[in-house]
Design a protein around this ligand. Structure first.
Ligand SMILES: C[S@@+](CC[C@H](N)C(=O)[O-])C[C@H]1O[C@@H](n2cnc3c(N)ncnc32)[C@H](O)[C@@H]1O
Length: 184
């Protein structure tokens, strides 16, 4: 079954958790990954990997000696990711980011790349996760997230001083990419 068909089936089963009807476009994936310094990044985290369109692009860019930890709550999609990308580490719940990094003895991340449907999470959980992601980054590290609305912006503004935005029209629906740098 094609990725887009599998993704649509997952969306129909669980629209709030999956958050979109098709995987991110190539343009959105490029916009998400362009700000990362792939020569230096040693610890990479992806949140909400889905069927792996961003995962695959990260695999193509990251250093061979880097560590890549991907979170996906759907167990079937996670199994598929493990099969397709045996070199990456996977975890289920992005809300357990801190515990997962600690349990695996990983250092603070150089970048956290998120496809999570933040807008569908309860508001207090959104704020908590934004803080947890900030805490998980090394000084100068990057948090990159795409969203379909601006509702995450106040949470990002409360934590990051340095935020850039890119609008990606060639995606269904058009998406906003937030590029947030933790103070060095
Ligand atoms: C909008 S899709 C993005 C998928 C893929 N990254 C892309 O860009 O096409 C969001 C993904 O986040 C996953 N997800 C939702 N809540 C999650 C959580 N708490 N922890 C980990 N993954 C989660 C969903 O199962 C879904 O695969």
């Amino acid at each position: 079954m094609q990725n887009s068909t599998r993704f649509l089936k997952k969306f129909l089963d669980s629209p709030a958790t999956v958050g979109s009807i098709i995987p991110s476009s190539r343009m959105l994936v490029s916009a998400m990954l362009a700000p990362v310094d792939w020569v230096r990044a040693e610890t990479i985290v992806e949140l909400g990997a889905g069927t792996g369109v961003i995962t695959r692009a990260i695999e193509g860019r990251r250093r061979t000696d880097s560590t890549f930890l991907a979170f996906e709550s759907d167990s079937q999609m996670r199994r598929d990711l493990n099969r397709q990308y045996p070199d990456i580490l996977t975890e289920a719940d992005a809300f357990h980011l801190h515990e997962a990094l600690e349990r695996r003895g990983l250092p603070d991340a150089d970048c956290v790349i998120s496809g999570l449907p933040f807008a569908n999470f309860p508001r207090n959980q959104q704020a908590g996760l934004i803080t947890a992601i900030h805490d998980a980054l090394r000084p100068g590290g990057l948090f990159v997230a795409f969203q379909y609305t601006r509702q995450l912006q106040p949470y990002l503004d409360s934590v990051y001083g340095d935020i850039a935005r890119r609008l990606v029209l060639f995606n269904i629906p058009p998406a906003l990419v937030y590029i947030c740098r933790k103070e060095a």
